[in-house]
Ligand binder design. Structure first.
Ligand code: NAD
Ligand code: IPM
Ligand code: MN
Length: 352
């Protein structure tokens, strides 16, 4: 039995998360005749903030530490500034539990189309550094009330931080056994300290993996390459900010945000990891019942895999593939089905 903290959050997060919970539960019952997950819901997020002046209670991180994993919908509300909402909930969780790896697969499901012509076989994974870099939260303001208003935002690159994420990417490539290639993406021509350290760590770690092909790209050229030769990527490792940006680009060329799952992992199983779709709260479609729940369902599947229920992951992925082939699709994938109908479609395929 695994204890899961569920934080639906804001906007479409609340619309897609129940699908993830019910698909996980049904998959477990189909395979094991019982639900191996116990879910506890937390109503934290922007509406909680509007009521209480904070995104989550003071002891929230202590409460979460009791769980095996966290399942998050999305955070972000049109009436509360993003730096308050995200720094009040999502980012503190990643920091507190040192969830230093974010695995972000870009996979083109059979039956969906890439916006890129002649690309029907895309399958690569972005390993995003998730604990430091440009998100280290170091900086401040001075002289805000006069003409010398100044802000400082510092990126932090530690050797340990670079080595551990790069090693994770190589191990991931080895286990994936796909093209056995790791591409490191930086901007060390302009960012001459942190990203030079990163590049050096990449060279150092790569020596331990002689069977894995390596490639080191600058982020501007890498964006172009992701569009003109996306099929050549296997595992990509990048800093926090670059991994964030590249994962939206990766989603954009493999069916969109509606099918992009992600994890925030601390490989130490003693602390909870967190699973969430790559997408945000999508205020432009909130309340319409048309949000694609697949990104959230696939994030839950990643969680089951992480918690060693590999059969549950496999079953959910097979069912998602089948319901896409059955053309049970929301608008973002060219269909006319509702969030609810897609959830029901996946659930039907779990049992059939
Ligand atoms: P977004 O990912 O919410 O939306 C981008 C576009 O993709 C929108 O047009 C949206 O309708 C579409 N989209 C996203 N998810 C979809 C889905 N499941 N089905 C169909 N279409 C989908 O990004 P944004 O608009 O830049 O951000 C909105 C809010 O979410 C902001 O407050 C932002 O800070 C926040 N945000 C939160 C997270 C998170 O909680 N992990 C991630 C990204 C953005
Ligand atoms: C993501 C999101 C977050 C990030 C934001 C909402 C802080 O964009 O998970 O991709 O940048 O990490
Ligand atoms: Mn993002």
């Amino acid at each position: 039995m695994k204890k899961i903290a569920v934080i639906p959050g804001d906007g479409i997060g609340k619309e897609v998360i129940d699908g993830a919970v019910s698909v996980l539960s049904k998959a477990s019952v189909v395979l094991y005749k019982e639900n191996v997950f116990k879910f506890n819901y937390f109503d934290w997020g922007s509406e909680y903030y509007i009521r209480n002046g904070q995104m989550m209670p003071g002891d929230a991180l202590d409460q979460l530490s009791e769980f095996d994993s966290i399942l998050l919908g999305a955070i972000g509300h049109p009436s509360v500034p993003d730096h308050i909402t995200l720094n009040g909930l999502l980012l503190p969780i990643r920091r507190k539990f040192d969830q230093y790896v974010s695995v972000r697969p870009s996979y083109l499901w059979k039956g969906t189309n890439s916006v890129l012509k002649n690309n029907n076989d895309l399958d690569f994974v972005i390993i995003r550094e998730n604990s430091e870099g440009e998100y280290a939260n170091l900086g401040g303001f001075v002289h805000l009330d006069n003409d010398y208003a100044t802000s400082i935002q510092t990126a932090l690159f530690t050797k340990q931080g670079c080595l551990r994420i790069i090693k994770y990417a190589f191990e991931y490539a080895k286990q994936r056994g796909n093209k056995s290639k790791v591409t490191s993406i930086t901007k060390s021509n302009a960012q001459a300290y942190g990203m030079v350290m990163w590049d050096n760590c990449f060279k150092e770690v790569s020596k331990d993996y002689p069977d894995i092909e390596t490639e080191s790209l600058l982020v501007d050229a890498a964006c172009m390459d992701m569009v003109r030769r996306p099929e050549t990527f296997d595992v990509i490792v990048a800093s926090n900010l670059f991994g964030d940006i590249l994962s939206d680009l990766g989603a954009g060329i493999t069916g969109g945000m509606g099918v992009a799952p992600s994890s925030n992992i601390n490989p130490d199983l003693a602390v909870p990891s967190m699973f969430e779709p790559v997408h945000g709260s999508a205020p432009d479609i909130t309340g319409q019942g048309i949000a694609n729940p697949l990104a959230s369902i696939l994030s839950a599947a990643m969680m089951s895999d992480y918690l060693d229920y590999k059969e549950i992951n496999n079953l959910i992925r097979k069912s998602v593939q089948q319901s896409i082939l059955d053309k049970i699709l929301t608008k973002d994938l060219g269909g006319t089905n509702s969030t609810e109908e897609v959830i029901k479609g996946v659930e039907y395929n779990l049992e059939n």
